[in-house]
Design a protein around this ligand. Sequence first.
Ligand code: HEM
Length: 507
Amino acid sequence: MAIQQLLVEALQAPAHYWVAAFFAPFLAYTLGTIVYRLGPLHPFAKIPGPLLNRITYAPLVWHSYKGDEAQYVHKLHQRYGNTVRIAPSSVDFTEVAALKGIYLEKGGFYKSRYYNNFDIDGHASIFSNTDLTSRAARAKVVLPLFSITSVKAGYKPFKDSLRRYLKRFKDEKETGRVNALDLARGMSIDAVTEYLFGIRYGAFKDEEEPGTSPSAKATCEPKMSASDVVDNFISTSRLWYLSVWLYNLADRLDGIIYPNPGADVSTEIVNEYSDRVIAAAQEEITQEKDKSQFTFPARLLRAGISPEETRSHCKDIIFAGTDTIGMNLATVCFMLAKYPSVYDKLYEEVNGAEIEKEEDIQVLPYLNAVVKEGLRMSMTNPCRLPREVPERGWTYKETYYPPGTIVSCSAYEMHFSAEMFEKPFEFIPERWDSATDDMNKSMMAFGLGNRQCIARGMSMLDMHDVVYHLVKEDLLRGAKPVRERIEILEGFSAKVVEGHVDLVWDN
Ligand code: HEM
């Protein structure tokens, strides 16, 4: 009877009582969470960080979206020190010793779940996969293609692409203006795809082999055809801290609010190209041939990976192989234009050196220093490379980090550390003549540990070669950068504002 009475009274209660009753548990949960996150019982109670960041991920998500995450985290380090709690369970470090624990010891911690947002067409790539067993099964079959021995043995596509790039560079230079980023991207995508997939993407038309690639109809005129799809991928990477469903939603909304016809055309071209690559690989695996001769997609197909998934791995390589080498080469060109005395010194070395075999290029000391300084300053991946503390937990400098904590370091923090690099924002290749141990250890342009870039050797070989020939042919003489610095939006990958790294000549 009493219960009935209570129910009747409750049903007659004003609406705001109901609303309050509905929200009370959420409110209690939120308040409890805030109190816990700020309180002395939280494992990171003693780690400094702004009040808001200790409570919520919102500031980090916002700055990532805004494209100034690296500079924002940098300011936090300046204010709070080398270890900062940048979000409730995320701690960022700017110390060489932390790199060892997070990325190097025992192969490093696992990639954090944010990487799942980089899956392509619903498939985890070698890069985005956070499941080590599944990643290993795929990486194992393609890794031999990335060994230096294999790259050197199959280096012809890189040389051919370099030749087309140099020609293109000269042609554009005639007009008085070169977009160093787009040209480098075009060179890289052609070299990497022809080497790994056996079919050149076709960013540059080749006058000597007309019609070699149907994609060539959308070449670097006025923009390399894959550039829009790459830029689009980079842009959405600024949302990567969102959970997968929110990320997908935001990505779709972004497409509706800011329609990008260029990206649609670009996606179509890349999809059409990827389909051709898969069809050729399916044909390839029916052939009797030495298994070491198989291409990247054929190796995956032979290992039982579905054509759809293999296609997404190829698309990932198209992205990884375009933006990274492109951005680094564009940065080196930009710096050589901005610092003519460095260019002169490099020119002297390159033209004074006796190059008998290809390997000789790789050991030119000043060229090495220029490429390394370029890698230090080129913010291809400026922001954090977040990792998750594994089951065993992690103790660093007397603080225990429980399993699941997100810990990280970033290229921006390490490469621009004034403690390690004097005048960190200046391009000074000479600094590498007397590099300290810490300077070398702090370089994380290719990532570190088990999940570092699989194409590191290939990229270094190619970048040395390209810079050598650019300088050998004196193509950067008199070049001037249009802007004071390369402006970027800082996401997981950097997006160059306006998509240009322009150099001009007073013809
Ligand atoms: C200068 C050139 C390059 C730079 C600076 C660079 C940078 C990086 C970085 C920083 C990572 C690690 C990301 C992380 O830990 O979250 C990475 C991973 C990776 N890179 Fe590169 N990259 C370059 C060229 C390339 C090229 C040319 C390819 C493909 C042909 C490539 C394919 C990959 C793949 C597949 C991974 C994932 C490895 C794994 O997680 O197991 N990269 N790269």
